[in-house]
Design a binder for this molecule. Structure first.
Ligand SMILES: Cc1cc2nc3c(=O)[nH]c(=O)nc-3n(C[C@H](O)[C@H](O)[C@H](O)COP(=O)(O)OP(=O)(O)OC[C@H]3O[C@@H](n4cnc5c(N)ncnc54)[C@H](O)[C@@H]3O)c2cc1C
Length: 368
């Protein structure tokens, strides 16, 4: 490891990796510090692997803009780099009369966000498309898809490295002290004499609060920390009863229990929403399947009894408390805090995977 690097990115999840690629391609000398043996252990490896269209988010928000831009970049990248993905489409379904009006709201919001291929269909038309589905009406999102998220991350890392970026694993950032050059970093168990950098990007996901707290001058007020557990169930490797993704009308705290398929066609249902105590990281799937089965049967009455098998579990890094509406991505650069070369990313929950390449481009612009 050199003793001075121009730009350090903390975290090799999909967002840190996409940022490293964008910065390296913009001419930065980049070192990525990753605490684990790879970036495939936390949120980026424990999500729905959905390429979101950009429907749900407030028009003009970072989530809306970066999701729509990132989705286009991602489809293009996956097609040209041969990353497995499938533009399978999605139905957002109403199972009560009240939800029919919500579908119209989603349609209009998506349209305002630049998702111009949405259309509403009747319950009968939805069942024509998906014979196992029961609903009163649906919003069709043709541009939603699924991706092999680990393969996508590997391809991003390959291009970052080809542009000169280096990735150091087992390298947790412990402390960052202001230095005439920018920052002096203490990494792992070293004594802190090893590394200085000009620019620092905090893309540590669930660790972003700790990274900010480890800086003598983070430049910002560190936001509220919430870890929100999200568990999935499968049918033990069985194929999906649906070709498309099936989502219920969302509530304020989540997109609801939805039916996912991966690129191989296997089905998963989820995720749950459960606030953990403080900064806990607990990936055990200890969720009761009964409420899950009830939620799924609202749109798929054919779910067999006792069929749900516990599957993976992730944790959302959330900056709003229980009961509060979801917040926008919190990305803070020099224009926000006045420190050249410093960018923090907090609350990078969904649609962070879809948005990752656009986030990379956005951070490169903040650094320019
Ligand atoms: C249940 C769930 C489902 C989701 N589904 C979707 C979806 O379908 N589509 C979509 O677009 N988005 C989805 N998301 C959101 C998406 O997964 C995240 O936005 C994205 O993976 C976040 O990436 P990240 O790089 O910020 O975080 P992470 O993947 O958590 O990476 C952060 C990295 O930083 C490292 N780190 C932490 N602290 C330190 C330190 N001190 N020093 C060095 N390294 C450190 C960690 O080890 C980790 O590897 C979902 C999220 C969840 C929780």
């Amino acid at each position: 490891m050199t003793d001075h690097v121009q730009t350090v990115v903390v975290g090799a999840g999909v967002i840190g990796t996409a940022i490293a690629r964008a910065l390296a391609q913009a001419g930065h000398e980049v070192l990525v510090l990753e605490a684990e043996d790879s970036g495939h252990h936390h949120t980026s490896a424990r999500n729905s692997q959905v390429i979101h269209a950009g429907i749900y988010y407030a028009p003009g928000s970072l989530k809306a803009r970066l999701c729509v831009e990132g989705r286009r970049m991602m489809y293009d990248f996956c097609a040209t780099r041969h990353v497995d993905h499938l533009n399978c489409g999605k139905l957002i379904v109403a199972t009560t009369e009240g939800q029919l009006a919500e579908l119209q709201v989603l349609h209009d919001r998506g349209h305002a966000n630049g998702v111009d291929d949405l259309h509403l269909i009747s319950g009968e038309a939805a069942t024509d498309l998906e014979p196992e589905l029961r609903c009163l009406g649906a919003l069709v999102s043709p541009s939603t898809g699924v991706v092999d998220a680990p393969g996508f991350m590997r391809a991003l890392q390959g291009e970052a490295e080809a542009a000169g970026a280096s990735f150091a694993t087992h390298a947790p950032l412990r402390r960052a002290t202001s230095d005439p050059k920018g920052w002096r970093l203490e990494i792992g168990d070293t004594d802190g004499t090893g590394l200085t950098c000009n620019n620092l990007v905090n893309a540590a996901g669930l660790g972003s609060w700790d990274v900010a707290a480890a800086m003598d001058d983070p430049g910002i007020a560190i936001p509220t920390r919430n870890h929100v557990k999200a568990c999935y169930f499968s049918l033990g490797g069985a194929a999906s009863p649906f070709e498309r993704l099936i989502y219920p009308a969302p509530d304020a705290a989540s997109l609801g229990v939805h039916s996912l398929r991966d690129i191989g066609g296997q089905v998963r249902f989820g995720p749950s929403v459960h606030f953990l105590d403080g900064a806990a990281i607990d990936y055990r799937n200890d969720v009761d399947p009964a409420p899950f089965a009830t939620a799924i049967r609202r749109f798929w009455p054919g779910l067999p009894e006792d069929a749900l098998v516990p599957d993976t579990c992730g944790i959302r890094p959330r900056i709003t408390p229980p009961g509060a509406p979801l917040a926008d991505f919190m990305i803070r650069g020099p224009a926000d805090h006045g420190r050249t070369g410093l960018v923090h990313l907090f609350g990078m929950e969904s649609p962070g995977l879809t948005s990752s390449m656009a986030i990379g481009a956005h951070v490169a612009r903040l650094m320019a």
